[in-house]
Design a protein around this ligand. Structure first.
Ligand code: GAP
Length: 469
């Protein structure tokens, strides 16, 4: 049996608790529908969170679309023809194993619970295999809610979320599903992209799209949710030309994570032994979450599975014709797929730090300035001195035109304002003091070192711009 890290060991490390609390306290992440008691597995990105998320998306788009040759962006509609999920294999093969406590009806995700007692299992195993493993270990598994050891047998539950789109009787046996994975939109528009833009293989399509999964036990904050956003690239290549391109793609994804400032020692590779139905080879980049290394991004060699299936189910010819040799083939696909929520969580965990500055302990997010939700805070040293306030307003107004992600904060003493900005990862605090009135310069405080520098107002914009990209 192979030992596997489990999401259940989060209690070994209290960083999750601290991050969850910071995210709420400072407006990064809120529980969805909180005033109604919350909705499990659904989170909202608050004012600071949406900025960080957008910065991550922008960085991703820059690298995966703009800096590449022959890569095309896409934003496909979420709802798709019901046959799409038959063709993709999701209606039949996209399920998680579940057992129910006979005493209190709590449902457990069997593969995860087996992992937590160091028994290797995953959702790709058959119901029979999972039942054998579960039965052999029943004495070690108790209900986390009531403590009973009396569970039903294991059943696999489909993860697709149904809608009643276009069904006015609410009794359709052929529902329109919400997307189980965002990438299907790319396969459906492959022909449109080939016909309209005539890209030459190899070419890529990139998309950031929503996906929904009826996860049995959403847990660990943003790590396992029911509504997520996936940033996907699909590289269309010639059949059998996958090896080199796959290695290159893997390395590029690794390098991109490093470019965000994520520490390399917190990343590692994991190759899947038990492959999901569409993949010929699959590697994850794992991040060292508080419960251990776990999947951050999946990189999959999908061969011609997707286009062949859609060709079979739709009846539309999806062959590609080489414009020079006239050779016809179904392109193979190399996929990269990353949950933006998981990336957000990894970036927050990686940036979280506590240190001593002066004689005080402080919490700070050492976010790369290009990701920081706020690039600079501008403030007068004292808010009851009109001459300082009006000068600071002038500086703020001029800077905001050039760098929109800056804020004004005159609330509380300057020390408190610095602490607040440290906690949200603001790289610079700009303070207008009495000297400003004579030297036309401001104090710029650096988040990480706490050191202050005098910068003339005329150079301030370039000074900050030069450091935030
Ligand atoms: N199109 C391929 C695909 O969907 P996947 O491994 O199921 O593959 C890709 O998902 C990525 O989406 C994962 O690496 C993870 O980052 C994210 N992801 C998957 N399920 C998730 C969930 N329930 N909550 C948050 N992120 C999830």
């Amino acid at each position: 049996m192979k030992e596997k890290n489990t999401e259940k060991n989060a209690e070994k490390d209290d960083r999750m608790e601290k991050i969850v609390s910071l995210c709420k306290r400072r407006g990064f992440i809120f529980q969805g529908s909180e005033i109604y008691g919350g909705l499990s597995g659904i989170y909202d990105f608050g004012p600071r969170g949406v900025e960080l998320l957008n910065n991550l998306k922008r960085e991703w788009w820059n690298t995966h679309v703009y800096q590449k040759e022959n890569y095309y962006g896409l934003d496909a509609g979420m709802f798709k023809h019901p046959r799409v999920w038959d063709a993709s294999g999701h209606t039949s093969g996209f399920s998680d194993p579940l057992a129910e406590c006979k005493k209190c009806n709590t449902r457990i995700r069997v593969d995860k619970v087996l992992n937590s007692i160091n028994v290797f299992a995953d959702e790709k195993m058959s119901e029979k295999e999972l039942n054998e493993l579960f039965d052999a270990n029943r004495d070690k598994i108790k209900c986390e809610k009531c403590g009973a050891k009396d569970f039903s047998s294991v059943r696999k539950f489909n993860l697709l979320v149904k809608s009643n789109l276009g069904d006015f009787t609410s009794s359709s046996s052929d529902p329109v599903y919400l997307p189980g994975e965002a990438c299907q939109g790319i396969y459906l528009d492959y022909k449109n992209i080939v016909d309209s833009l005539q890209p030459k293989v190899p070419f890529g399509v990139a998309q950031i799209g929503k996906a929904f999964r009826n996860e049995i036990s959403p847990r660990n904050f943003l790590f396992r949710v029911r509504e997520m956003e996936q940033a996907d690239t699909q590289l269309f290549i010639k059949p059998n030309e996958n090896k080199e391109a796959y290695e290159r793609t893997k390395q590029e994804q690794w390098n991109w994570l490093l470019s965000l400032g994520i520490r390399e020692e917190n990343l590692k590779w994991h190759q899947h032994e038990n492959l999901v139905f569409y993949a010929k080879d699959a590697w994850d980049i794992e991040y060292k979450f508080p419960w251990g290394f776990d999947e951050l991004e999946g990189i999959h060699d999908r061969t011609d599975y997707d286009l062949s299936q859609h060709m079979k189910f739709s009846g539309v010819d999806l062959h590609y014709t080489d414009p020079i040799t006239a050779e016809k083939y179904i392109p193979w696909i190399l996929e990269t797929s990353m949950g933006m929520g998981r990336l957000f969580l990894a970036v927050m965990l990686d940036a979280y730090a506590e240190d001593e500055l002066g004689s005080e302990t402080r919490v700070l997010l050492k976010l790369s300035p290009k990701l920081a939700p706020v690039k600079a805070m501008v403030a007068p040293l004292l808010k009851n001195k009109p001459e300082l306030v009006s000068k600071a307003r002038e500086v703020y107004g001029a800077l905001k035109k050039e760098i929109p992600q800056i804020i004004w904060d005159d609330n509380g003493n300057i020390g408190k304002r610095y602490r607040r900005q440290d906690e949200i990862g603001t790289p610079f605090c700009v303070v207008v003091d009495f000297d400003t009135l004579t030297d036309d310069a401001v104090t710029v405080r650096d988040r990480d070192t706490g050191e202050q520098e005098r910068v003339s107002i005329s150079e301030l914009k370039d000074y900050i711009k030069g450091k935030i990209h």
